[in-house]
Design a protein around this ligand. Structure first.
Ligand SMILES: [Zn+2]
Length: 118
């Protein structure tokens, strides 16, 4: 799993609001350079990768899209719809937990990423 930092995709208008994006099974994109990525953001994205590995890519992306469209219809708000996606609810709940997802041993943990960046 590749982790790409300071990625130009976040200059796009519809991605400007985000600080990272998991594109399982390919890569995780971060807006900031490696040394500036918030550990909470890193943990949030690791949780998304763990979710995709747990339920499978097809089910992960199908339910992500389904929840987002359903949330848009219900709330008429991009932010509210995003926060209702089941995988986001779970990732926001998990992002402050110091326990790294066991499904992601290949991702560099926060402390390792910090020392690699310095
Ligand atoms: Zn998320």
């Amino acid at each position: 799993m590749r982790e790409l930092y300071a990625h130009p995709a976040f200059r796009l208008p519809f991605l400007r609001r985000f600080s990272a994006m998991t594109l399982a099974p390919l890569c995780i994109l971060y807006r900031e350079p490696a040394e500036d990525v918030d550990p909470t953001t890193r943990r949030h994205e690791a949780e998304h990768l763990a979710q995709a590995r747990r339920v499978g890519l097809g089910r992960f992306y199908a339910t992500y899209l389904w929840d987002w469209v359903r949330g848009l219809v219900r709330t008429r708000s991009l932010d509210a719809a995003y926060l209702q996606i089941r995988w986001e609810v779970e990732a926001y709940a998990a992002q402050d937990d110091p326990c790294w997802p066991s499904e992601c041993p290949d991702l560099r943990r926060v402390d390792e990423a910090k020392s690699a960046a310095s």
